[in-house]
Every structure is written in C-alpha cells, then in structure tokens.
Design a protein around this ligand. Sequence first.
Ligand code: HEC
Length: 141
Amino acid sequence: MYVKIIAAVLIVAFIGIQFVPVERSNPPVTGEIDAPPRVKEMLRRSCYDCHSNETVWPWYSYIAPASWLLADDVAEGRVELNFSEWNGYDEKRKLKKFKETREEVKEGEMPQWYYVIMHPEAKLSDADKQALFEWTATGGK
Ligand code: HEC
C-alpha cells in the first residue's frame, strides 16, 4: 500500500520536474581558438561540450534532473574557459588559461570522469595529452 503511494508520488514528481525550464542555448562563435589540427580535434572531442558555444546537447540533457546538472556544467564551464570566445581574451588571461588547462589535464580533472562515462570518445590518450602539453607550453603559438 505505502509502496504504491510512494511510487505514485515519485512518478508525479518526476513528470513535474520535466516542466522546469532548462537553458540549452548555443550562443554565436565569436573568436574560436586557433590550434594545430591534432590539438583542435582533441579539444573538440573532449572539451567543447562544456567549453565552447558549440555544445552538442545529448538526449539526457532533455531529462531532468540530469538536464539540470549538465546545463549547470555548461554554464560554469563556459564562464571558466570558452574556446569559442578565446580570441576575445587578453594575453594575460590566455596564458592563465593555458596554464590551468595543462594542470587540469595533467591531474586528470578534465574531462570529468562522469562525462567520460557518457562520452567514452572524450577520454584522452597519452598521445593526446602529449600533443596538448607541447602546444600549451608554446603559449599557443
Ligand atoms: C562536462 C563538462 C566539462 C568538460 C567535458 C570539460 N570541462 Fe573543464 N570545466 C567544467 C566546469 C563545470 C568547470 C568549472 C568548475 C571546475 O573547475 O571544476 C571547468 C573548469 C575548467 C578549467 C578551469 C579550472 C581552474 O583552474 O579554474 C579548465 C582549464 C578546464 N576546465 C579545461 C578543460 C579541458 C582542457 C577539457 C577537455 C580536455 C575540459 N575542461 C572538459 C566542465 C567541463
């Protein structure tokens, strides 16, 4: 009896939260980063969903509560580092972001483990990381 009531409440709640609006916009690309093709491919594959204005919104981004977590990650990710608006950064900010990028990838913090579960292709190989380290060490020249 109670189990049925609880199940009914959960189902109604689940349906209810689907109506909470979620921001899933892709603003225009205003100054995309320039990088060697190898690095660019890697950034697109592994980072662009959260750090660009070209997010590919997956099916689970339409289902709450996963959609909320994802939309939050994208909003926060774009504020921290946006490869679609990179050319609008001043030199100091670019250098800082290169340094942070190197650190995040070295420590295995980015891409996040839970993202990699849903997007196995985003996992960086040692060769990917090497290419990224070489490129960021030059300051992106
Ligand atoms: C699932 C979304 C997601 C993906 C994929 C992702 N990031 Fe992030 N990234 C975030 C969020 C959210 C933050 C801000 C919060 C934090 O630092 O954890 C962030 C922060 C950062 C920062 C700033 C960290 C600091 O020191 O303040 C850098 C640099 C970064 N990411 C680089 C990358 C790189 C490089 C990739 C790809 C290899 C990547 N991220 C993939 C979501 C993501």
